[in-house]
Design a binder for this molecule. Structure first.
Ligand SMILES: O=P(O)(O)OC[C@H]1O[C@](O)(COP(=O)(O)O)[C@@H](O)[C@@H]1O
Ligand SMILES: [Mg+2]
Ligand SMILES: [Mg+2]
Length: 344
């Protein structure tokens, strides 16, 4: 077996590149990795335990029925980060309001974490890939004081690091900073995430388009025309292929590796679509943009949106740069597609 660098070794190597760094970000990512390992164990044996499969009967702030695994995942992340040294507070898709840790250590931590503890909830009971999505921001409120909502309502251009863990045939953590995008596979024999893809680049083009076709009727004419174009489109003599898992982590992970485009547009009924700007759109946009792709809401780059509320939704168009250019010719959005990776 090739000796693969572990996540811990990788973050320490990154630290060595920044002698002035405090190590807080590396510590935070390792804490998230630990929580992911605990979630992974429950996901793997979900079919064996009623305690993990099924719904809680509780409706969350999103108006969605909360799954038992949503709660389990949220609790694992909250407890690891609350008891850690590097996080001042959390905003979670599952909680109405922010969680301020407000103790001496946490109040001196310079980062806050935003998370979708369990993504792809509708796929839990059918053994399809699900995931966890996170993003890290530097606080804007003074250290030594409790963090506030201001620390969470920052545009995606302020993201310091973002990532997701996909609990699939293998469990993979994709972690992005401004230095690049790297992926780590969980090696169950040593219980460590090991580097499997370094410096990932999203191919400029692919032949996959990904959307929930069931919503087609509710899309505006421009988007319908783009989807019709994808149906007819031939590339190198090959038709475009439609793929949709229904777990954002899985649909984005596939397109990150193979190239492709993912759309979750607004509809007449839900003009903002379904996906949450802070917990889903922003982190995925950061990862894909750092890998050379693009992400917009059809009008502007996702990362440039100034959030108003914790649980606001946004249409999402994301993927290979060449395919995003093509899409924008159809939806005539005014978004000038430039790569945000060098915006800051
Ligand atoms: O069932 P739909 O409308 O296609 O929505 C699927 C989308 O909803 C989600 O499941 C929403 O995420 P959660 O499971 O975290 O609520 C995404 O993962 C996925 O892309
Ligand atoms: Mg989600
Ligand atoms: Mg979720």
């Amino acid at each position: 077996m090739r000796k693969l660098m572990t996540l811990e070794e990788f973050t320490i190597q990154e630290l060595r590149a920044f002698p002035k760094a405090t190590g807080q970000l590396s510590g935070l990512v390792r804490d998230i990795g630990l929580a992911a390992k605990r979630i992974n164990v429950e996901v793997n044996k979900a079919g064996l335990m009623d305690a993990i499969l099924g719904a809680t009967g509780y409706i969350n702030v999103q108006g969605e029925e909360v799954q038992k695994l949503d709660v389990f995942a949220d609790n694992q992340l909250v407890s690891v980060l609350r008891n850690g040294l590097f996080c001042a507070g959390i905003a979670s898709e599952e909680n109405d309001d922010i969680l301020v840790f407000d103790d001496e250590v946490s109040n001196n931590a310079k980062y806050v974490v935003l998370m979708d503890p369990l993504d792809g909830s509708s796929n839990i009971d059918v053994n399809m890939p699900v995931g966890t999505i996170f993003s890290v921001y530097r606080r804007v409120t003074p250290l030594g004081t409790p963090c506030t909502k201001e620390d969470f309502l920052q545009p995606g251009t302020r993201i310091v690091a973002a990532g997701y863990i996909i609990y699939g045939p293998s469990t993979i953590m994709v972690y992005a900073t401004r230095r690049g995008v790297n992926a780590f596979t969980l090696d169950p024999s040593i219980g460590e995430f090991c580097l499997c893809y370094s410096n990932m680049k999203c191919p400029e083009r692919g032949d996959i388009y990904s959307l929930n076709y069931g919503n087609y009727g509710g899309y505006n004419d421009q988007i319908k025309k783009y989807i019709d174009f994808c149906e007819r489109k031939k590339q190198n003599g090959k038709c475009y292929t439609q793929r949709y898992v229904g777990s954002l982590v899985a649909d984005i992970h596939r397109n990150l590796i193979k190239g492709g485009i993912f759309l979750y547009p607004g509809t007449a009924e839900k003009p903002k679509g379904k996906l949450r700007l802070l917990y889903e759109c922003n982190p995925m946009a950061f990862i894909i943009e750092m890998a050379g792709g693009h992400a917009t809401n059809g009008k502007q780059s996702i990362l440039s949106i100034i959030p108003d509320t914790l649980h606001e939704r946004s249409p999402l168009f994301i993927g290979s740069s060449g395919m995003m250019q093509e899409l924008h010719q159809y939806i005539k959005g005014t978004a000038i597609l430039y790569n945000m990776s060098n915006a800051y």
